[in-house]
Design a protein around this ligand. Structure first.
Ligand code: AMP
Ligand code: MG
Length: 491
């Protein structure tokens, strides 16, 4: 088990950047402020090469698509059906190598940057904190004065946050509150919990050390230092920090435009009557939400019938508008799989046989210059291939420097596997805790890639390596949904 578990660390996948952007559809793109309004109109293709290159340099990225032979994108790994299947890691590495950071950025109010990716670093204009201040509610004094006065000092002033006091009179203490500037001459703050008011002063009932409870000017950040790097996906904590150094607006990459379509004659939208042989188009909802969770501008092309001309028209239209085209279904080698031949006709396509379950095959190519990723139609296959392959690819296109395969947690199996699997199997799983708080991994009872209910039962995927049997308590690789897909953690 040990060696294959090590393999899992490489073959199991994902980037872990939380991104929560709700209004991601193209019609909801909103900007504020003069700079923002101007740059929001920046057409696709406007260069922010310096920002891109910063992000690219930090990630070891290749340069942007304009700088590269786009035709290499799809041709890097042509494999005939007879060739050995790609490992998950090989497929992911090849995909990531082909991803190019998009052109174009915009200035947005910091308030509106949740989930966006920084195109330019944030530099602090001032020290943080800007001056020595109190870390607690208490009393500011000189430690030596307290020793000289048997623990009692008269009060000479009161300083609340947002107000500046006056230099501390020798031999006195100042009442002070958290965040208030330390008065000149004070060297210590004594927390109020160890003090009691006595006459017109304060008695300190504890040993103190000079310098206690003071936040020093610039102890967190110095003026001129980089606060946030280009290529950072902005979560709540990043926005808070940017605001903390006074950044009212941030330069972020424009949203990645992703066109998506669901192919299949059998598909019907919920709300419409279901004829015999038809199913509801669950992938459209799954797909769209996955893309929205990553902050993409979704161009939703709906259902495309199993028809060559309709598929050609939809894909062609998609490639004109989008930075990336994605499709669910129709990418296998069956007669009714029209997406694959249509992409081949409009550009080029590799059908990768990836040694994994579910998810084989994965289609990657381009439609003219626009990259294309096609997933099998089974919803769980779509979900798994999206999380493992499309997500890091999209993140790299969005300018995220840390885009990468996900890293699994190693946790004890709460199940047995006596019949080894043939290829890396991403089974739906969840963490269970016993009464002592010990975690173990449980598997869903079925490994059907059609069963979406397995994904709502699960809170992650367990990666079963080929050729291994698993005993209860063996460490297994677990990819929590919180690591795989923003907004997908189940409680
Ligand atoms: P395909 O990859 O087109 O051969 O589809 C494989 C399986 O996934 C078939 O059973 C399809 O009916 C199913 N499927 C394809 N597209 C969707 C969709 N949008 N929503 C739900 N199931 C789908
Ligand atoms: Mg189909």
């Amino acid at each position: 088990m040990t060696s294959s578990m090590h393999d899992n660390r490489h073959t199991a996948a994902t980037g872990s950047h939380a991104a929560t952007t709700t209004d991601t559809d193209r019609e909801t793109q909103t900007t504020f402020g003069q700079d923002a309004a101007t740059s929001a109109r920046t057409p696709k293709g406007t260069s922010v090469k310096d920002a891109r290159d910063t992000a690219a340099a930090q990630s070891g990225d290749p340069p942007s698509v304009n700088d590269c032979e786009a035709s290499q994108i799809a041709q890097s790994s042509t494999r005939s059906p007879a060739t050995k299947p790609l490992s998950v890691e090989e497929a992911s590495t090849q995909l990531l190598a082909a991803a190019r950071v998009i052109d174009g950025s915009e200035w947005l109010p910091t308030m509106d940057c949740l989930g966006r990716v920084l195109a330019k670093p944030v530099i602090s204009r001032a020290d943080l904190p800007g001056w020595d201040n109190s870390a607690m509610d208490g009393y500011a004094l000189r430690a030596a004065d307290l020793q000289a006065s048997n623990g009692w000092l008269p009060l000479s002033q009161r300083i609340a946050a947002g107000h500046c006091g006056t230099p501390l009179m020798p031999g006195t203490a100042a009442r002070i509150f958290t965040g208030a500037p330390l008065p000149e001459g004070a060297d210590t703050v004594v927390v109020q919990e160890v003090c009691e008011p006595e006459r017109d002063g304060v008695r300190v009932n504890a040993e103190i050390s000079a310098g206690d409870n003071i936040r020093r000017r610039g102890e967190e950040l110095q003026a001129g230092s980089q606060v946030l790097a280009a290529g950072t996906r902005l979560g709540p904590q990043h926005l808070g920090l940017a605001a903390g150094v006074g950044a009212a607006q941030l330069q972020v990459f424009r949203r990645l435009r992703v066109a998506m379509l669901a192919s299949g004659d059998e598909l019907v939208m919920p709300g419409e009557p279901l004829a015999p042989g038809q199913i509801y188009n669950s992938n459209r909802f799954l797909f769209r939400a996955l893309l929205q969770g990553l902050g993409c501008e979704v161009i939703d092309l709906g259902i495309v019938k199993d028809d060559r001309e309709a598929t050609l028209a939809a894909l062609s239209h998609a490639a004109e508008q989008a930075d990336l085209v994605m499709a669910s279904g129709g990418v296998s080698v069956g007669e009714e799989d029209h997406v694959r031949p249509a992409v081949e006709q409009l550009g080029s396509l590799d059908l990768w046989r990836v040694a994994m379950k579910p998810g084989k095959p994965l289609a990657f190519g381009r439609i003219r210059e626009t990259p294309f990723i096609g997933s099998p139609g089974n919803p769980v296959s779509l979900f798994v291939t999206f999380c493992l392959f499309a997500r890091p690819f999209i993140e790299r296109m969005q300018g995220i420097s840390a885009a990468r395969m996900p890293t699994p947690l190693m946790l004890p199996a709460g199940f047995e596997l006596t019949k080894p699997v043939k290829r890396h199997d991403y089974q739906r799983a969840r963490v269970a805790f016993d009464s002592a708080g010990q975690a173990s991994i449980q598997r869903f009872h079925s490994s059907s890639s059609a069963a979406l209910s397995s994904l709502t039962w699960a809170n992650g995927l367990v990666v079963i390596p080929p050729g291994e049997s698993i005993a209860i308590g063996d460490l297994v690789a677990f990819l929590p949904f919180s690591e795989l897909v923003p907004g997908c953690a189940s409680r």
